[in-house]
Design a protein around this ligand. Structure first.
Ligand SMILES: Cc1cc2nc3c(=O)[nH]c(=O)nc-3n(C[C@H](O)[C@H](O)[C@H](O)COP(=O)(O)OP(=O)(O)OC[C@H]3O[C@@H](n4cnc5c(N)ncnc54)[C@H](O)[C@@H]3O)c2cc1C
Length: 435
């Protein structure tokens, strides 16, 4: 008989796990806490259009995403565009990102500019990352760029995303981020992708396909507790609607959120502590619709002590939208006092920042604003990261994975889809629910 498997979390990974389980002949039941699917990749109505809550773009290497689009009949809806980067520093907007713009960046000594390009080339040529796992990202960047290069180019980006965790990130993690973007080039020009109409289109299409395949989808169903019935005897989950027995449970929610579920299910406190100890920073992400563009860039890094903002993302310089759309992310640990600030104060800071970057912008140009928050927006991947992770099969019949499982890759839609599908395929073919 086909196993019934609970998939906890309806973000890209949970959707992919459920999809592949259904294709393999299992009976998945998808449980999502929110009233919508998509997790970090979900969308909302903003200024008369459906927009991602958080900016999302695709890279040329996102193969698992392309494969899914093909299966959903959406592959011809993917668009690619040459994009540019900028750097706002010393009250000026500089060109950035291409070899020519780096060489022409006179704010840095010539030797530092050359070292920067050598480092970028090294990131692209490197494929074995294991030796970087134990090295701190900040040390690695200082070695390559020198103290001044690090201070001007990277210090604020780390400080305004990771705060007290800036010095603990692993070099392997930052390497994979630099490489992913660096590889997304055609004829040396940065080339990024988007789905015509927005990310909600693939999520909606997958929801339809899941229902056709017999997958049950339960929205507004937060899982409160999970426990195992012992080897080969399945597992139980509890939601506000009651207790439900399954042949297995696969959780795809951020690992720190698994801790209370296991604890409520009576798991050993030492096991629970391995989930609680995973660190993640939150994001308050402001989106603004303005009458006119701020810059011509898709991404503009910021190094300016006035703003706790690592960069702005002008989404309309990638995907056509109604009005000009810009995202301004404020990342921070939830222990930071700023996390208590109301959304309106992040919006005010964002507008001040946009006006500083482009003095032609005034208050009347800002048409609509919104701020979305995601508590577990970015895991902090420290040195020797894999050793710090809890086991992915903590108890018989229970699997717990999240975006950190594909470390050193950073969280990404394609990575979550690719990993989720591989996991589900293995799970059924190796009959892992019987263990
Ligand atoms: C600001 C920002 C920008 C990003 N930009 C990009 C980008 O440009 N390109 C890209 O590829 N990726 C980007 N990402 C990352 C991408 O969105 C994630 O990698 C992807 O969404 C991860 O999917 P996931 O399913 O693994 O996790 P999540 O999206 O976190 O999904 C987890 C799901 O679990 C649900 N859940 C939580 N608790 C429970 C519970 N108790 N019971 C049931 N369900 C629960 C949540 O509601 C959520 O739906 C970005 C992320 C952020 C925050």
């Amino acid at each position: 008989m086909a196993p019934t498997i609970a998939v906890v979390g309806g973000g890209p990974m949970g959707l992919a796990v459920a999809y592949q389980l259904a294709l393999e002949g299992a009976k998945p039941v998808l449980l999502e806490a929110d009233d919508r699917l998509g997790g970090m990749a979900s969308s909302f109505k903003f200024a008369g259009q459906t927009l991602e809550r958080y900016y999302h773009f695709h890279c040329l290497s996102d193969n698992a995403f392309f494969q899914l689009l093909k299966e959903l009949g959406l592959e011809d809806q993917l668009r690619w565009r040459q994009t540019s980067m900028g750097f706002y520093m010393d009250g000026r907007l500089h060109r950035w990102g291409s070899a020519g713009s780096v060489l022409g960046f006179r704010r840095l000594p010539l030797l530092t500019r050359i070292r920067y390009l050598l480092h970028a080339a090294r990131c692209l040529s490197l494929s074995n990352w294991q030796h970087l796992d134990g090295i701190r990202a900040t040390d690695w960047l200082k070695t390559w760029l020198g103290a001044k290069g690090y201070s001007l180019l990277w210090r604020n980006l780390f400080a305004y995303k990771f705060y007290e965790h800036s010095d603990s990130l692993s070099a392997a993690w930052i390497w994979s981020r630099i490489r992913r973007l660096g590889q997304s080039r055609r004829w040396l020009k940065e080339t990024l992708g988007y789905l015509e109409g927005g990310s909600h289109r693939w999520i909606d299409a997958l929801e339809v396909r899941l229902r056709e395949l017999g997958c049950e989808i339960q929205l507004s169903s937060p899982v409160e507790a999970i426990w195992s019935n012992g080897p080969g005897r399945g597992a139980v989950i509890r939601t506000p609607a009651g207790e439900h027995q399954f042949d297995a449970v696969i959780s795809t929610v951020p690992l720190p959120l698994v801790a209370p579920m296991l604890e409520a299910g009576g798991a050993d406190p030492t096991l629970v502590a391995r989930y609680t100890s995973q660190t993640s920073v939150a994001c308050a992400c402001v989106v603004l619709q303005t009458r006119q563009p701020i810059t011509t860039n898709f991404w503009t890094n910021i190094n300016d002590e006035r703003f706790a903002i690592p960069g702005i993302i002008e989404f309309s310089n990638l995907r056509p939208t109604q009005g000009h759309i810009t995202y301004v992310p404020f990342y921070m640990p939830t222990s930071h006092p700023d996390y208590q600030r109301p959304d309106s104060s992040f919006i005010t800071d964002s507008i001040t920042c946009l006006k500083a970057i482009n003095p032609n912008i005034n208050d009347a140009d800002v048409l609509t604003t919104h701020c979305s928050r995601y508590r577990y927006a970015q895991p902090v991947c420290g040195t020797h990261f894999i050793k710090s992770l809890p086991p992915d099969h903590p108890l018989p019949g229970i699997t717990t994975v999240d975006t950190t499982i594909y470390y050193p890759e950073d969280r990404g839609i394609s990575e979550s889809i690719g990993y989720g599908r591989k996991l589900a395929k293995n799970f059924i073919r190796k009959r892992l629910w019987c263990n």
